[in-house]
Design a protein around this ligand. Structure first.
Ligand code: FAD
Length: 582
C-alpha cells in the first residue's frame, strides 16, 4: 500500500537506498554504499550536514568523549589530515568536521536538505519502500535506512501559559544560528541535564542574572578541557589503527581505564587515592573505576560519596551543594555530564537555583515564570528539557511494514528490534544505532561505524544475490529483546527514571532501550550473526525463500563476574522474571 498522499509510482524517484538523516550516521552510510555501487539518496530535515552538531548550537556545546576518539576512524587519510584543537571539541569545530567529511567525500551532491520524511510504507507487491516527504517528494527505495538520530527530537515539554511570555524562549536543541547575546539580561533556564550543565556557566558570565530551575540534579565530572594530553596524542599518532581498535574493543567504545577491583573490598585510602587521580584526569574516567559500582548499591554509594564531596568542595553554600547532589538515582545509571565550571557557577552572586521539587513551576506568564512560591521576571528563557530519545525520530514518521502494521503499534509496549538493526515485519529497513543497540551508552561515533559497516556488508551480500529482501524474524527479535533485558537487569540502571527508560516523556512505555552488554560484546554478536549466514533473518526473492533462519543462538562471551556479585545478579534476574528464583 502506498502512502495516502503518495503520487503515482512513476513520479517517485527510484533509488536503491534511501537514507534518512545527514548526521555522522547518514553521511558514513552514503559513503559506504557508494563504494559498493549501491545508489543512495540522503534526505535531511536541516539545511546542512552534522545532525546533532548542526542543531545544538547552544553556548558551551561540546563532546563528552575525547575528540581523538569521537571522530571517524574509517579513513586513514581523513584521520591524518584533521587536527582537533582541544581535548573535547566544541560544537562549531564538530560542525566544521562534519562539513569537512561531507566535502572530502563529495557527499552533498546526494543529500537533499530541508526535507523531512513524513511517511514510509512497505509495498509488499513491489517489495520496496514508498517514501514521502513533507514537501510531497516521493521515492521508491529498495532499502530504507533510518539514520535519524537517537537524540534528534526535543521533548514536547510545555508549560501552562508558555505562549504568554513576552520575551524570547530558546531551546538548546534548536539554538539560533546567529547565537544569542544575553548581556545585561535576566535569564531563566529550565532543566539541569547535559545541555544545561554545559551552557549555564557561559550564560551566567553574560547575563545580569540567571535563575536555574532544577527538578533532578545530575552527576557531572570536570572536563579539564585544554590541549589533547600528550600521552593520548602520542599513543594515537604512533599507530592510529591500533588506537582505534583499542577504543572499539571496550564496553563504552572509548579508552577509559576500567578498574579491576571491588570497591567494597578496597581500603578507603586506596579508593580515595584512585578516585582523586581519576577525577584529576576528568571526563568519564571515574565511571568504571570499580567492577561492583554499577551493580552493588554499597559500592555505588562509595563512589557517590566521593562525588558528593567534590560538589561540596566546589560550592560555597552547603545548602546549594546539597541541592545539586543527586539523590534519586545511583551514579552511572544516567549518562553523567562532563562540565567546565558548572558547580562553581553557583558561587556567583548573579546565579540562583530553584528546586522544583520544593517549589514547582505553576505557570509561565508575560513577565516570566511563576513558581508556586513566587514570581521570577525574565527577559529571556532557555528550555534545556531534553529529547524523546531513541524512538522519537522514528515514531514521528508514519512508518508501516508488512500488512500496513504501524511501527508505533509494533512498539506499543516499547521498541522491539533484532540487534537494534532491524524490526520484524519491516523488511529492508535498517536503523543506525537503533533501540536495542549500545548506541547512547557508548562513544557514538564508534557505534555508528560498527552499525554502518555491518549494514553495508549485509547489503553487499544481498547485492551478490540479486538484491533479495531481508527481514528480522519475530523469534530472533523476541530473543534479542530478552538479551537486552538480561544485559541491563543485573545492573542498577533500571532503578533510574532516565531517558534510557523513556521516563522523561509522559506516556512513553517504560523499557530500557539501549543494549547494555557493551560495544565489544555486541560487535562480536553481530559478527557471529553475519558469519552464520545472517542468523535470525529471513531472506527471500519475491515469493522464493532463499534462507530462513528464525532463531538467535549467537552467544556473547560470558563476562568475568566476581563471585561475590552473583547473589545480587541472580536475585535481580529472578525478580524481573528472567530466571527462576533460587
Ligand atoms: C547535545 C548533544 C550532545 C551530544 N554529545 C555526545 C558526545 O559527547 N558523545 C557521544 O558519543 N554522543 C553525543 N551525542 C549523541 C549524538 O547524537 C551522536 O554522537 C551522533 O552525533 C549521532 O549521529 P547520527 O547521525 O546518528 O544522528 P544525528 O546527529 O542526530 O542526526 C540525525 C539527523 O536526522 C535528521 N532527521 C531525523 N528525522 C528526520 C526525518 N524524518 N526526515 C529527515 N531528516 C530527519 C535530523 O534532522 C538529524 O540531522 C550528543 C547528542 C546531543 C543532542
Amino acid at each position: 500500500m502506498a502512502p495516502a498522499n503518495a503520487p503515482g509510482v512513476s513520479d517517485a524517484r527510484q533509488v536503491d537506498a534511501l537514507i534518512v538523516g545527514a548526521g555522522f550516521s547518514g553521511m558514513y552510510m552514503l559513503h559506504k554504499l557508494r563504494a559498493l555501487g549501491i545508489s543512495a539518496q540522503v534526505v535531511e530535515a536541516g539545511t546542512g550536514v552534522g545532525g546533532t552538531w548542526y542543531w545544538n548550537r547552544y553556548p558551551g556545546a561540546r563532546v563528552d568523549i575525547q575528540s581523538l576518539e569521537y571522530s571517524f576512524g574509517f579513513d586513514a587519510e581523513l584521520e591524518r589530515e584533521w587536527r582537533w584543537s582541544e581535548r573535547y571539541a566544541p560544537q562549531p569545530e564538530l560542525l566544521s568536521y562534519a562539513n569537512h567529511v561531507a566535502d572530502r567525500f563529495d557527499l552533498k551532491r546526494d543529500i537533499q536538505f530541508n526535507t523531512r520524511i513524513t511517511a514510509a510504507h512497505w509495498n509488499e507487491d513491489a517489495r520496496r519502500w514508498d517514501v514521502t516527504s513533507e514537501n510531497g517528494d516521493t521515492w521508491a527505495a529498495r532499502y530504507l535506512i533510518l539514520a535519524t538520530g537517537c537524540l534528534s527530537i526535543p521533548t514536547d515539554v510545555t508549560f501552562p501559559g508558555i505562549g504568554d511570555f513576552k520575551g524570547p524562549i530558546y531551546r538548546t536543541s534548536r539554538w539560533p544560528r546567529e547565537g544569542v547575546d544575553f548581556t545585561g539580561q535576566r535569564v531563566g533556564i529550565v532543566g539541569t541535564g547535559s545541555s544545561a550543565i554545559q551552557s549555564i556557566p557561559i550564560i551566567a558570565e553574560q547575563a545580569a542574572h540567571l535563575t536555574v530551575f532544577q527538578r533532578t540534579p545530575n552527576y557531572s565530572m570536570p572536563a579539564h578541557n585544554g590541549e589533547i594530553p600528550a600521552s593520548d596524542f602520542e599513543a594515537w599518532a604512533k599507530d592510529p589503527r591500533a588506537y582505534r581498535a583499542a577504543s572499539k574493543d571496550t564496553v563504552g567504545g572509548f579508552q577509559n581505564e576500567p578498574g579491576e577491583k571491588l570497591a567494597t573490598e578496597t581500603s578507603p585510602e586506596d579508593i580515595r587515592a584512585d578516585l582523586e587521580r581519576r577525577w584529576a584526569v576528568g571526563g568519564f574516567r571515574i565511571l568504571g573505576a570499580y567492577v561492583d559500582q554499577a551493580i552493588d548499591p554499597a559500592a555505588n554509594k562509595i563512589v557517590h560519596e566521593f562525588i558528593a564531596g567534590k560538589i561540596r568542595e566546589q560550592v560555597n553554600d552547603p545548602a546549594i551543594a546539597a541541592l545539586l547532589t543527586p539523590k534519586d538515582h545511583p551514579f552511572g545509571t544516567k549518562r553523567p555530564c562532563v562540565d567546565t565550571g558548572y558547580y562553581k557557577t553557583f558561587n556567583r552572586d548573579n546565579v540562583e537555583l530553584i528546586d522544583l521539587r520544593a517549589d514547582p513551576i505553576a505557570t509561565f506568564n508575560a513577565d516570566g515564570i511563576a513558581t508556586e512560591k513566587r514570581q521570577h521576571d525574565f527577559d529571556a528563557i532557555v528550555l534545556a528539557t531534553g529529547f524523546d530519545a531513541m524512538t522519537g525520530a522514528i515514531d514521528r514518521i508514519d512508518l508501516r511494514g508488512i500488512g500496513g502494521v504501524k511501527i508505533k503499534d509494533h512498539w506499543a509496549e516499547g521498541p522491539r528490534t533484532y540487534l537494534g538493526l532491524m524490526v520484524a515485519g519491516f523488511p529492508n529497513m535498517f536503523t543506525i544505532t537503533g533501540p536495542g543497540s549500545p548506541s547512547v551508552l557508548t562513544n557514538m561515533i564508534n557505534s555508528i561505524e560498527q552499525h554502518v559497516e555491518w549494514v553495508a556488508d549485509c547489503l553487499a551480500s544481498l547485492a551478490e544475490r540479486q538484491h533479495p529482501s531481508i527481514e528480522a524474524s519475530a523469534e530472533a527479535e523476541a530473543a534479542w529483546e530478552l538479551q537486552v533485558a538480561m544485559a541491563v537487569t543485573p545492573s542498577l540502571m533500571p532503578q533510574a527514571n532516565s531517558w534510557y527508560m523513556g521516563a522523561n516523556v509522559p506516556g512513553k512505555p517504560r523499557m530500557f532501550m539501549p543494549y547494555a552488554g557493551g560495544l565489544n560484546t555486541y560487535t562480536e554478536i553481530c559478527r557471529q550473526v553475519a558469519a552464520k549466514g545472517y542468523e535470525g533473518f529471513i531472506i527471500r526473492q519475491g515469493d522464493r525463500m532463499l534462507s530462513e533462519s528464525r532463531e538467535f543462538t549467537s552467544q556473547p562471551p560470558l563476562p568475568d563476574i566476581p563471585p561475590s556479585l552473583m547473589p545480587i545478579i541472580l536475585e535481580r534476574l529472578a525478580a524481573a522474571g528472567l530466571m527462576p528464583a533460587a
